[in-house]
Design a protein around this ligand. Sequence first.
Ligand code: HEM
Length: 433
Amino acid sequence: MPHLSLQSLAHKYGPIIYLQLGQIPTVVVSSARLAKEVLKTHDLVLANHPQLYVAKHLLYNCTDITFSPYGPYWRHIRKICILELLSDKRVCSYSSVREEEVARLICRVAGTYPGTINLSKMLRLDFSEGGDYYRHGFREMLNEVRELVGGFSVGDFFPSLEFIHTLTGMKSRLQDTFRRLDQLFEQMLNEHLASEKVKEHKDLVHSLLDMQKNDSDEQPLTTDNIKAIILDMFDAGTDTNFITLDWVMTELLMNPEVMEKAQREVRITVKERRVVAESDLHQLQYMRAVIKEVLRLHPPAPIVPRESMEDIILEGYKIPVKTRVLVNAWAVGRNPESWEDPNTFKPERFLGSNIDYRGQDFKLIPFGAGRRGCPGIKFATPVIELALAQLLYSFDWELPPGTSAEDLDLTEVFGISTYKKESLCVVAKPHFL
Ligand code: HEM
């Protein structure tokens, strides 16, 4: 795992290291102080995400939010994202969708008792694949895109050898995937344009099409721009929720006293109502501390990558233009300079503390920070909190007979986001039988 190897190098050589990765000069930082330098002090000069070879082919030449270069176009679509697609009002308006999805999940889990369920698989299906879009074959496409974007590509480290991708067949594979993806988007956009539901319940695609129609801006959105943004939002915004919930449940099963405390809190708050309401969530301070602790120890995107647009001085070193600067958020979250007993799962450390993951506290940066910090925090938080609260309220959780916490395999698989290799299998006993 790159974040683990880079942490080992940091232990040996310090919190800032230089690596020549192929033809790419790379600097890695692993402390809160240097993360602040990168994501705050030099945020503007480091406001590019590296453009990956695969992203150029699949994300409409990097015209999505994540990969588009810093500049007027990125500012335009980021503004749309923050003010229109992920605004407080919009996130609020999705609350009934969240409640329905969580209710469906609870029903499915309840139906498995007294058997063992693969909870990871169930969470992934519910939270990472895009609901209504299933019928378009979107789930399979998204998986394919993730596999390709998260994979290793020679061109990302040896740009002068990009032609190798033609010889290895990678380029034609990308072209084929892109053609199928584009066809799928065409179908999706046409269906939305024809849909009469637009006024009643706008989804992401309707909103973008509306914006295109009414855009009086100098920079109107093209249809390809819309496709790139849709793909980006699903790619960046779905897997991460599932990964977080999967880790939360794993940590809770390994720490039964924490599980019990979190369950007690949610059951006392919700009482006999049986259904957790979003208005209950602010009372669940301990559960929120559990989520913070999980994001500290297991950030779904363990490395936050940036690229310099000009020469800068970092910690006295000259960092030339076009250097890749990686913030090892995983190592920062486990750095003993910032955290006491850093490898222990201890949600209590967040009780009575103001430390948050919204990009102000550089020792906790699962969502990155600064100009390119994740715009989806407000969207992700209620999904994760509501699902977790309801899971804790509705079931008593146990590992399958004959297994114990020591048997859980915590090995990770690296990709655009990092997830657990082995699924979490559990028995979920309905609490109110
Ligand atoms: C637990 C959930 C999530 C985590 C841990 C997460 C993490 C991250 C991280 C680390 C970045 C890079 C930040 C940087 O460079 O400073 C990022 C960027 C991004 N995220 Fe998230 N994210 C999550 C959920 C979401 C959701 C729900 C959405 C949208 C619905 C989303 C959309 C994006 C987009 C569009 C970017 C690119 C921003 C830009 O380049 O300007 N994310 N996310």
